[in-house]
Design a protein around this ligand. Structure first.
Ligand code: ATP
Ligand code: MG
Length: 503
């Protein structure tokens, strides 16, 4: 039987284990600990070594002091004083163990067998030492023929006729080296055990530290598109994990908000599309089943065409907004008289305003030229005017003003109505996509909640600013500030965030 397994991006188990956070934490802990143990071991080894060598050096110092009392050189011959008792005999025997006395030509006057196994000092060394000032001594490490290390002290002593003779005395370093080697061996035998123990400890500690992550992962798995209200309960420890849980919960809250917006949008879009679609269907049914005369057919077709036009304008708006927000829409800027554009649009809106018995007026200061995209600025004013007319009851008034802004570098466009107004709690959201105020008045008015998203995007793209002041039941004023066209230089963008204020 043929079998085929295809795994995409899932590492095999040992690889997954090695990449696991717990394993890596444990590994870094163990690595650090091992390096620390090695460094501590080496440090104490050096301390021990230098201490033991220091002890041998002190013994050699004593030997050096006493040999000068015991031996004198008379006519090229070393003469030893006779020891008076057993103790002195032992002292002399110790002094004679590793020593070497030579004249200026390097000829041995007296030496011990051990020193011979080390080898006599080379003539240049002897000559150099003999030429040194009074009191000079030096230490060298030498090795016997059997490999035993010796610490050797070299200097000179004075014989008859003030003649100088080379003197070298040594003591074996074998014992101290053995001790250092024993320490090193024992220490490094004990290190693997400690490492194994620390690995176990590291594994447990890392497991304990990461354990809450599993509960976070478990909670995250339970969150689905339809269950976005679920939150991971914070542990109250105030640590990094709580911070992560908090960020995670905020993210789910944002996701929930986006999901809610999308859900509302789908409902709104289907509602918006259904109305013209039902109407088109009705018109076509009239044409097929009841129309008899060519004029009746024609009327049904004209009505259907109007609804098709409305449908395509909704689709166009959606498409345009997604293009704008994904950065595909590029502004075609040219010097534009804001007042002229405003008057054009106000004229276009006169008929719908009159139909609603709303007084639509405009007052425009000349010369407010801005470097802007004509199509987008028209869309901006149309959206604001359409809102003003939509949300103002019959008998109200809408006024459009164009004039200088707060500074000479700015132009201002104001659209003020005497409409239903916007509650302070809704004000921060009106520029959000698909956001519509839900209340008794606005529910009767159709819309997608996209108009002000456009307005916000257009103002931001032109480097401008929006202020909104509104009082529920009295009216709303939108004020847009745009950078003016400078005579020579390029456009200076302002602060791009949109500011809102409630009156
Ligand atoms: P669309 O413009 O996409 O057809 P819409 O007008 O509902 O739909 P926006 O223009 O984005 O959407 O406005 C968002 C919300 O802000 C509106 O639903 C409305 O409640 C509120 N709003 C906007 N302008 C005014 C205004 N002039 N007076 C009172 N409320 C307003
Ligand atoms: Mg609107």
């Amino acid at each position: 039987m043929a079998k085929l397994t295809r795994a995409f991006g899932i590492p095999k188990l040992p690889v997954r284990f090695a990449r696991g956070l717990r394993f890596r934490l444990m590994l870094s802990y163990v690595l650090f600990f091992t390096l620390l143990l090695i460094a501590v071991g080496l440090f104490f080894r050096e301390v021990l070594k230098s201490q033991l060598e220091g002890d041998i050096q002190m013994l050699l110092e004593d030997d050096w002091g006493s040999i000068k009392g015991w031996v004198s050189i008379d006519n090229e011959r070393p003469v030893w004083s006779a020891p008076a008792d057993e103790d002195e005999t032992q002292i002399v025997a110790q002094l004679k163990q590793v020593y070497f006395i030579a004249d200026r030509e390097g000829h041995a006057l007296e030496d011990s067998e051990t020193y011979r196994s080390i080898g006599f000092d080379p003539l240049p060394d002897i000559k150099r030492v003999l030429n040194m000032p009074e009191g000079f001594t030096e230490y060298v490490t030498r090795w016997g023929s059997d490999g035993t290390p010796y610490l050797v002290k070299r200097g000179w002593l004075v014989g008859t006729h003030r003649k100088r003779y080379f003197l070298a005395m040594g003591r074996s370093l074998a014992d101290s080296q053995r001790n250092v080697a024993r320490f090193t061996r024992n220490y490094f035998l004990f290190v693997p055990g400690i490492i194994a123990l620390s690995s176990l400890l590291g594994w447990m500690v890392a497991g304990r530290a990461l354990w809450p992550l599993n509960s976070v992962a478990q909670a995250a798995q339970n969150i689905t598109g339809s269950n976005l209200s679920l939150r991971i309960p914070p542990r109250g420890a105030g640590d990094e994990l709580d911070h992560l849980i908090d960020s995670f919960n905020r993210m789910t809250a944002r996701l929930a908000q986006s999901f809610e917006q999308i859900r509302r949008f789908s409902t709104d879009v289907s509602h918006e599309l259904r109305t013209p679609l039902t109407s088109i269907r009705g018109q076509l049914e009239v044409a097929i089943f009841t129309a008899e005369k060519p004029e009746q057919y024609r009327e049904a077709m004209v009505n259907a065409l109007e609804d098709v036009e409305q449908l395509s304008s909704i689709v166009r708006a959606l498409l345009l907004l997604s293009q704008a927000e994904s950065g595909q829409l590029v502004l075609q800027r040219s010097p534009l008289d804001l007042g002229d554009v405003a008057i054009d649009i106000v004229e276009q809106f006169q008929i719908p305003a009159q139909e609603k018995d709303i007084r639509l007026t405009a007052s425009v200061a000349p010369g407010c030229v801005v470097p802007a995209d004509r199509v987008q600025i028209k869309r901006l004013i149309s959206n604001l005017l359409s809102n003003a007319i939509k949300y103002t009851p019959a008998g109200g008034a809408v006024n459009v003003r164009v004039g200088p802004g707060d500074s000479p570098a700015l132009a201002s466009l104001e659209i003020e109505d005497t409409g239903v107004g916007i509650a302070p709690e809704d004000l921060p959201h009106i520029f959000d996509r698909f956001y519509r105020v839900r209340n008794a008045e606005t529910n009767k008015i159709s819309g997608l909640g996209l108009g002000l998203s456009f307005v916000s995007w257009i103002v931001e793209a032109h480097g401008g600013r929006i202020d909104v002041a509104s009082t529920v039941g009295s009216g709303t004023r939108f004020r847009i500030l745009l950078p003016r066209q400078a005579e020579t230089e390029a456009v200076q963008p302002m602060e791009t965030d949109t500011a809102t204020t409630a009156a």
